[in-house]
Structures are given as structure tokens and as C-alpha cells.
Design a protein around this ligand. Structure first.
Ligand SMILES: *Cc1c(COP(=O)(O)O)cnc(C)c1O
Length: 383
């Protein structure tokens, strides 16, 4: 690894391996068979990880993850269809904003900043709105780090005969999903999260029949997943210039994912990172926003200590000076900061970040253990 670069505890972009970076030291022709074979292998591997090889197809799309979410919603949701959006943070809110922009009608269950949407609530909303065609949910809501209960939500959707679309951006690759068994009509993710590639494209794993029935529905030319799929099926190529180096890096990242033991191996390392991080920061007096039951192995929100000496900007810079970048919080209810567990991070880096936080506290003049936050959100005991 290049130790000159700070470690990114920000999911993502995140810290990638040296070999993933090295995979980008070549140039590829976007029409050439060598590049097309890489795209095909990436899609085949992604379908396998998702358990969708017999029922689904994988369609990559240029851009960041949000482009892939917008492409999926715009392509699959018929203009006159209504959607139920489950919100508990910034990414669920963004799904609503996309549907607003597309002019697609929706109802929302908004649980605020960090409460999980539960199956029985979804069942009630579907019973009250029998015209709903699909439910959209975020798997790991990265703005708080909460892991939403997609299993119980999928079961309710299955019973009601409603399609489920999952933004699994920050979870796919580390949390087990099987799109055929859930079932899930479409799952969206991107290159720079749990597979540990570099940013540049996202992808959707979509039920083949649903995608085939979605021709001409998309509001956008460049985000039309059906068109991208058709073109790729015929020619093996992306429509419009592909992010060639990003695809090469992603294929290398997928090989490293498989070598680590696939989803199970990655989940084990991220869980270990999370447990080590949470134990270490709790020992320094910090509190997590969520009770353990809802903590994801992706990113954890910590409440800012109750002290006039705590200033996030200074805290961030003191940690950065020791080689780590953390994330500001994204809550409306409490001051907080977030630390990611994903990317090329192992015990050594987690221990070093805990030491960096302790040193930063001392630099800011906070005594250890730090004081508990003034107000704790009311879900701390009950989620
Ligand atoms: C990262 C992420 C996205 C996509 O964000 P981009 O900045 O567009 O890559 C969407 N949803 C979730 C849950 C995410 O974590």
C-alpha cells in the first residue's frame, strides 16, 4: 500500500489495494474484445454473488452510484405506477427526490434519521395503498450506518405481490443477498463500495423479464438501462465511452473479493473492524448512535462528546494529521461523526485510528474518557 496516502474511513471512495490501483496502468480500446471480455466477466461475477444467474441480468452504467439508482428507477417504474419509498436517512430521501424529478408518484414511510422501517409498517402501507407497484428500500442507510431489515420487508412485498427494489450500494459484496430467494426485482450498487474498486460506474441486477418489459420507459437517453442492456447484449460493448480503467480495477477487485472468501470473508473482516472500532471508541467514552442490534459492519455513527472543546473541524484535522480521513455526521437530531469499516482496513489500521482519536481528543483538550453527549436520541435503548 502507498503509505503516503491517508486511509479513507469513508465509504466510499475507500482505500483500495495496491494491486487494484496497479490494474489501471494500461490503456484499453472500448471496442476491443479484451475490454469487452472484462465487462462480461464483471457482470457474470456480480450476478453470481447476487444469486441471480438464472433469473436476473447485470447492467452496468457509467457514473456514481446515484446515476445507477436514477437509471434503475427511471427504467423500471412505469410513468403511471405508484411507489412506496422507505426512508430513514439521506439516501432514502434521495430516492424520493429522484422520483420527484422523474415525475413518478410515490408515498413514503419516513422513519426520521435512524429508525428502521419494519415489515408490519410496510404491510400496513401496502394494504392502505393497493395501487402501489413497487417498494424501494435502502439496504444499509450509510448516513447513519443502520442496517435495514430487508428480509422481513421482502417477505411482506412477496405476500402482497409487489416488486422490491433495493439500494444496496454500501452493502452488496459484504452482506449476503440472494435476489432470487428474497425476492428482489432490482438491486443497485456501485464499484467503489464493498467490492473495493475505484469510483466510476454503478450497476443494477434486474429481473430479466421485468427489464425486457421496460423498453421505451426511461425518461433519459444516457440512463436508459434497457437500452444499455440491449446494446451490450448485441455488441458486448457499453453504449458511449466506458470507464475502461475503472472496469479493469473492478475486475481485479472482484478477484480479490473472491480470494478473501467472497461475501462471507468480507463480512467477517468488516465485522471484526466494526467490533474493534466500537469497543475501542467506547473505551474512550464515545457512544454509538445505534444499539448493537442495528449497527452495520459498514459505517458507524458516534455521538459527539458533550464539551465546548469539541469541534468537528479541529477533530477531523487532528485525525487527518495522523493519516486517517473520517466522515462528518449526517443527522438532524444530534451532533455526530462517522467512521467507516470498509476498504483495505485491517486490525493494524483500526488500532491506529483508535489511537489517533485518543490523541486528537488530547490535542483538543478533552479529558478521557470523553463526556457523554448532552442529549441522547431516544432510540438508544429501543431502536
Ligand atoms: C454511496 C451510496 C449511494 C450513491 O452515492 P454516490 O455518491 O452517487 O456514489 C447511494 N446509496 C447509498 C446507500 C450509498 O451508500
Amino acid at each position: 500500500m502507498n503509505q503516503q496516502d491517508p486511509y479513507l474511513l469513508t465509504p466510499g471512495p475507500l482505500t483500495t489495494s495496491a494491486t487494484v490501483k496497479q490494474a489501471m496502468l494500461h490503456d484499453w480500446g472500448s471496442w476491443d474484445d479484451d475490454f469487452n471480455a472484462m465487462t462480461a466477466e464483471v457482470c457474470r461475477r456480480l450476478l453470481d454473488v447476487a444469486g441471480g444467474a438464472d433469473s436476473h441480468v447485470c447492467v452496468p452504467v457509467q457514473g456514481s452510484g446515484t446515476f445507477a439508482v436514477e437509471a434503475t428507477l427511471g427504467t423500471l417504474i412505469a410513468p403511471q405506477s405508484r411507489t412506496l419509498v422507505l426512508m430513514n436517512g439521506a439516501y432514502g430521501q434521495r430516492i424520493g427526490k429522484i422520483l420527484d424529478t422523474l415525475g413518478r408518484a410515490y408515498v413514503a414511510i419516513d422513519k426520521g434519521d435512524y429508525r428502521p422501517p419494519r415489515g408490519h409498517e410496510v404491510a400496513q402501507a401496502l394494504a392502505a395503498n393497493p395501487d402501489i407497484g413497487q417498494v424501494v428500500v435502502v439496504h444499509c442507510e450509510t448516513s447513519s450506518g443502520i442496517l435495514n431489515p430487508i428480509g422481513e420487508i421482502a417477505e411482506v412485498c412477496r405476500q402482497a405481490g409487489v416488486r422490491l427494489i433495493i439500494d444496496s450500494m454500501s452493502a452488496f459484496g459484504a452482506l449476503p443477498v440472494n435476489v432470487a430467494e428474497l425476492p428482489c426485482a432490482a438491486l443497485v450498487s456501485s464499484a467503489n463500495k464493498c467490492f473495493e474498486g475505484v469510483p466510476g460506474f454503478g450497476f443494477a441486477i434486474v429481473e430479466r423479464e421485468l427489464l425486457a418489459a421496460s423498453a421505451g420507459q426511461c425518461h433519459s437517453l444516457s440512463l436508459d438501462l434497457h437500452d444499455q442492456w440491449q446494446y451490450m447484449t448485441k455488441s458486448g460493448q457499453w453504449r458511449y465511452t466506458p470507464p475502461t480503467h475503472v472496469v479493469a480495477a473492478f475486475l481485479q477487485a472482484m478477484k480479490e473479493h473472491a480470494a478473501e472468501g467472497g461475501v462471507d470473508g468480507r463480512l467477517a473482516r468488516y465485522t471484526r473492524n466494526r467490533d474493534r472500532l466500537v469497543a475501542g471508541l467506547r473505551a474512550l467514552g464515545f457512544r454509538t448512535l445505534l444499539v448493537d442490534e442495528w449497527l452495520s459492519p459498514i459505517i458507524t455513527t458516534f455521538l459527539s462528546p458533550h464539551s465546548p472543546a469539541f469541534d468537528f473541524g479541529r477533530f477531523y484535522n487532528a485525525i487527518k494529521a495522523q493519516g486517517f480521513l473520517i466522515y462528518p455526521g449526517k443527522l438532524t437530531v444530534a451532533d455526530s461523526f462517522r467512521v467507516g469499516c470498509i476498504g483495505q482496513l485491517h486490525d493494524e489500521q483500526i488500532d491506529a485510528v483508535i489511537s489517533a482519536v485518543a490523541a486528537a481528543c488530547q490535542e483538543l483538550g478533552l479529558s478521557l474518557p470523553v463526556a457523554a453527549p448532552a442529549e441522547t436520541p431516544d432510540n438508544l435503548e429501543t431502536a
